[in-house]
Design a protein around this ligand. Sequence first.
Ligand SMILES: [Fe+2]
Length: 364
Amino acid sequence: MLTVEENATLTRIGPGTRMGQLWRCYWQPFAAASEMAERSTMQVRLLGEDLVAVKDRNGNMRLAGYPVEEMAGLLWAYLGPLPAPRITPIQGFVVDGAIRTIGKAVVPCNWLQIMENSVDPVHAEWAHGKLYEFVMERDGVKVPMADRHVKIRFKEFPYGIYKQRLLEGQSEDCDDWNVGHPLIFPNMVATGSHAPSATNYSYQIRVPIDDENTLHLWYNALVPPAGAVVPPHLFAQTFVYDVPYRDAKGEFTLEMVDSQDIMCWVTAGPIADRSLEQLGTTDVGIIAFRKMLWRELERVERGEDPLGVVRDPGLRMVELPLERDKRHYSDGFAKHVSRTRLRFSPIADELIAVFRGPQHEQVA
Ligand SMILES: [Fe+2]
């Protein structure tokens, strides 16, 4: 439980706030590069600031007075003190030979309740397992996602927190328990998988528009297996799509995994009131993340770089190990696409054609 004041400190990211100062130490993706391809200006609200992205005749961009760089099909801005660090070259952003597609949605709630979801492995058992089975019951569909968590653990590393889980029936030498997947501080979760049929780098990136709205990006870089026949145009651009998570009546589309998460985030209110919460034994990851936020706030206030800020010009890539043999998505790539936002990608059918073998991705 947090006091009302502590909750305000951790959640508010506008100019002049303590958390806003921490957020401004990192580059933030504010749009897909393709959104600026045909235009020279674009209105942007980012970290509570109303700004305009401007592109000159030479293609150079700025966001009001702030620097902008393009990487991995995204436009990134840096709103912090100069000199700016680098955009962290996480593996999926810079890996060669990948097909890239990015989903986008504006989620009407504060960023922290979204990120806390990413250090709560057990939510998968309920929000993606039991809820999914309940929603699909009328169609007689069983999904392999409701496995019970036997134990969970969390390990800090130089870019965030790895979370690891052991599910009922798994042996302790499995990748879920020994590899896991990371929250990348402060605003991403990496999922993805490594399987013989494909390597799938999958990142969810959460960018505060303001205290009560968050730009949510689902970034996928899919590397086809050796020998796969891939239409060349799939490598030529990053394919961007909107992710609708409500139906025509305004209800959450709970047959989609990503809408299950969004329902959990949004129904906690615009800014979850943590003075009312009751944390339980499976919330140890959330507690670890909050401790990390307080610690990193204080580092920034001492004039230091916070966790994961990269200034080394020689760092080519931050490699993050990927899990193999995921159970949750053991029923093939086409089924995976149909259950997730990837179904809205303009290249969904072509992806299925390229990756039709068994392919596994985990839930976040
Ligand atoms: Fe989830």
